[in-house]
Design a protein. Structure first.
Length: 393
């Protein structure tokens, strides 16, 4: 009887066509079902507006200043370590951010009498040319990978605000030392020499910014995330993120210990890269797809010479280990685990798109997945700042 009820429940699930942005990778997603709230679509960052079809999120754009020279700092807020502050601002709650207060792993700031956030150090240079060129035979690692924005003066997206009790926020920078008029672009053509590479629209008067989302998975559920910063320049380039050297101060490789600011995320290096394969996954696949887009001459893939974002049009589909508001261990700061299928796994056809960390662990135990070049699977000593905005359930 119990078995019959379980089958009936499975057949009662309502599946809907996925948005065009991800339909090739996840053709169907769960709609409302009999399985309760845990299996319904959830928007985590409630301060934003998610466009499911375009794969974007529009967030409030905040304006602060640097302490010494008073330069403008345009930034967003995605997480807070304090639950009340997170609920008030409509952003994600992450207790683990509390443990990012290590050396220069976090910037310092305070609120002035005008209500502006004043940053004491750390800024971003958005002028570098963003370049990613696929490798020869194996595609990954890429021949060239240069991020389009580079943090300076020990920049980190993590900010400790002394006003209000030293709460800690994830506050990635969108633009620096530019005025309101500088951020008004004719015909919507973004100048990526002055803004973050994930920006697809910005309105400094309405104080909003629209960012491109990417597809990932948590416990087999498809999610939208957006990478804003990385401690490694290569990963920053691949993820269309800022190279934030300050993140290197935050300890990694201890995700399952009590006092860790990070949680693991798994990024494949040599998954199926056939663009027609339903098992396509990994940086090699994203690079292959991006190369095809460029070959076709897509005007959207390179909005400005050189600023070609691998993840603006493609998805490496990483696997995260926790979700905001559903897991107390959630952190936007991912300790990147690079996963490589062994030669035996490739030869015997074991490669598949993996959607959950527990499944990945099983393949590691069987010796079919390792770290890069056959090394141990585990922390790559790289932090990726990748807030999760939405779950399809």
């Amino acid at each position: 009887f119990t078995w019959a009820i379980q089958i009936a429940l499975v057949h009662c699930q309502r599946f809907v066509r996925a948005p065009e942005f991800i339909v090739e990778d996840v053709p169907r997603v769960r709609g409302d079902s009999m399985f309760g709230d845990n299996h319904k679509a959830t928007q985590f960052i409630k301060s934003g507006v998610v466009d499911l079809e375009k794969g974007t999120i529009t967030l409030p754009l905040h304006l602060g200043r640097m302490k010494k020279k008073r330069e403008y700092v345009w930034y967003i807020l995605t997480e807070a370590n304090d639950k009340g502050a997170a609920q008030l601002l409509g952003i994600n709650h992450s207790v683990r951010l509390s443990y990012a207060d290590v050396s220069k792993g976090a910037r310092r700031a305070f609120v002035n009498k005008l209500g502006e956030l004043i940053f004491q150090f750390g800024y971003v240079d958005f002028s570098p040319k963003h370049e990613v060129v696929e490798g020869n035979d194996k595609v990954f690692p890429p021949k060239k990978a240069k991020p389009g924005s580079i943090g300076k003066n020990e920049y980190s997206p993590v900010v400790i605000v002394s006003t209000g009790g030293n709460k800690i926020y994830n506050a990635p920078m969108i633009a620096f030392n530019v005025s309101v008029s500088d951020l008004v672009f004719e015909d919507g053509k973004i100048d990526y020499d002055i803004v973050h590479d994930r920006v697809v629209a910005i309105d400094p008067y309405k104080r909003t910014v629209t960012l491109k989302l990417s597809l990932g998975f948590v416990d087999s559920e498809p999610v939208y995330y957006f990478s804003m910063d990385a401690s490694d320049p290569g990963i920053a380039a691949l993820e269309s993120a800022t190279h934030a050297h300050g993140l290197t101060e935050i300890p990694v490789g201890r995700e399952f210990l009590t006092f860790s600011a990070t949680t693991p995320s798994v990024h494949f290096t040599n998954g199926h890269d056939s663009l027609e394969s339903p098992h396509r996954q990994g940086y090699n696949s994203a690079l292959r797809q991006q190369a095809r887009i460029h070959k076709k001459g897509s005007s959207e893939s390179c909005p400005k010479g050189g600023h070609c974002s691998v993840l603006k049009d493609t998805n490496p589909m990483p696997v995260f280990t926790s979700m905001p508001w559903k897991s107390i261990s959630y952190s936007p700061l991912s300790d990147v685990y690079l996963a490589e299928w062994t030669g035996e796994a490739v030869k015997k056809g074991h490669r598949a798109r993996l959607l959950a960390y527990s499944t990945i662990e099983n393949f590691v135990e069987q010796g079919l997945l390792t770290g890069p070049l056959g090394g141990d699977f585990g922390s790559g000593k790289i932090i990726l700042n990748s807030p999760i905005a939405y779950s399809f359930g």
